[in-house]
Design a protein around this ligand. Structure first.
Ligand code: GLC
Length: 427
């Protein structure tokens, strides 16, 4: 273990592979690379296995850098490292909303990707291309989904909810019946309510499914101050302390999974990675969970926020060619298949969705194909380098409404004004 120089947060680095004897000749002989891998659920371990395969094939050592689970904190750390021109990390795991923000610090991976890039979802390739440079290779994609306790829905003869209203009613009914029957720790619905990027994802789903738009539209106009958005937020605020634990205001992905997987919630909003874990051998709810599209709002359509991660190479890497090779290896079809089987990470390579092993291990990939197609993107394309400020202001306002500090209409009016200033529209 060691600490990354210049980083305020404690970054731990774990040597992924013991020293390899075989070295490739040339300037890079004896290189030790560093890659940052997420550590949500079993992400870190699954990344390590892929890295080990590359190390075994090339003879190069790779250190795994564990970064904070919160996308918001991870971005802050990357910005700090990259602004300092630090050599500490060669390959970075980059969120789908960051290419424009980090582009000046990233290498063009177009040449190393070659024709293989055509196998990925074109929208992701476009997302990762900034001023004609492919600054990141797509690694896995995801979208918000609804997890439900099939056994409890059957016990109470309830259907999978199609609208948020139905979800709230079913959650309340089962929660109170289960509590009355002695399970005093049961809650109706868990999700990600902490003030961080994950709340932007959850709240965008509520707002978009109520017909309240996407905060900022595709042309860069701020649209968030509207009655449908206010209704959506008020609806969610009413869940806190009723069907959702008050602590949900400090939940990220893993806290919600913890409650749901230990059997203490009827419904959970999360990403596909949670499937492999709730279905794992030692999961108390194994075999009792279903996955469905998120409910629709009053506007009658569901919305799932598009998420996902890419691999990029830092401009400050001492071993750019090796780092690009590692990124290309980890994002290859074989690796994406292994990751889909082991961790329910959704491939970015279209052909893998016709691979029976992949679809058998993740039956919901096919069942939710329509909702993934209709996934709502956060406004990162329209806001470019300003996206992070837009998101911070949005989740801050939403958190205020959820915690009862502001009413939704006021919070959204203020937010609208603030975003116009941020985006240079004037106030
Ligand atoms: C997931 C998504 C990512 C999103 C994050 C928010 O990791 O893949 O895009 O920003 O959740 O918590």
């Amino acid at each position: 273990m060691r600490l990354i120089r210049g980083a305020a947060a404690a970054l731990t680095v774990i040597v992924a592979l013991s020293a390899c004897e075989a070295r490739t000749p040339g300037d890079d002989a004896g290189a030790t690379l560093a890659i940052s891998c997420g550590a949500v659920g079993q992400e870190f371990e699954i990344c390590r296995r892929g890295v080990d395969r590359w190390s075994a094939a090339t003879g190069h050592r790779v250190e795994l850098v564990s970064t904070p689970n919160s996308a918001t904190e991870r971005l802050a750390l990357y910005q700090q490292l990259l602004a300092a021109g630090a050599h500490d990390v060669d390959v970075l795991q980059v969120d789908v909303i960051w290419p424009a923000i980090l582009a000046p610090h990233l290498l063009d991976l177009g040449p190393v990707a070659g024709a293989a890039i055509d196998g990925h979802f074109p929208a992701l390739v476009e997302n990762n291309s900034v001023d004609g440079r492919l600054v990141a290779l797509p690694w896995f994609t995801d979208a918000g989904v609804l997890y439900y306790r099939q056994d409890l829905l059957e016990k109470y003869d309830e259907a999978v909810p199609a609208t948020w209203r139905e979800l709230a009613a079913t959650a309340a009914r089962i929660q109170s019946a289960e509590r009355a029957a002695g399970d005093t720790r049961m809650w109706g619905f868990v999700w990600q309510g902490r003030a961080y990027e994950g709340l932007t994802c959850n709240a965008l789903e509520w707002v978009a499914s109520h017909g309240g738009g996407t905060i900022v539209d595709a042309d860069g106009r701020v649209t968030i101050d509207n009655p449908a958005a206010a209704r959506a937020l008020e609806g969610a605020a009413a869940w806190v302390g009723t069907i959702s634990p008050p602590g949900v205001l400090n939940y990220a992905e893993e806290e919600s999974r913890g409650v749901f997987q230990s059997g203490h919630a009827v419904f959970m909003r999360n990403w596909p990675y949670a499937w492999a874990l709730v279905e794992s051998d030692d999961s108390p709810v194994r075999g009792r969970v279903g996955v469905a599209p998120l409910p629709a709002g009053d506007a009658g359509r569901p919305a799932a926020t598009l998420g996902g991660w890419q691999l990029a190479v830092s401009k400050y890497s001492r071993y750019p060619a090796l780092a690009a090779d590692l990124a290309a290896f980890l994002t290859s079809e074989a690796e994406q298949k292994r990751r889909a089987l082991a961790g329910a990470f959704q491939p970015t390579i279209v052909a893998l969705y016709s691979d029976p092993q992949v679809t058998d291990a993740n039956p919901f990939f096919a069942r939710l194909a329509a909702s993934f197609d209709a996934a709502v993107a956060r406004p990162s394309a329209a806001t470019g380098v300003h996206y992070n400020r837009v998101s911070n202001a949005f989740y801050g306002a939403v958190h205020d409404v959820l915690s009862g500090r502001r009413d939704a209409a006021d919070a959204l009016a203020d937010l609208d004004e603030r975003l116009r200033v941020t985006l240079g529209e004037g106030s």
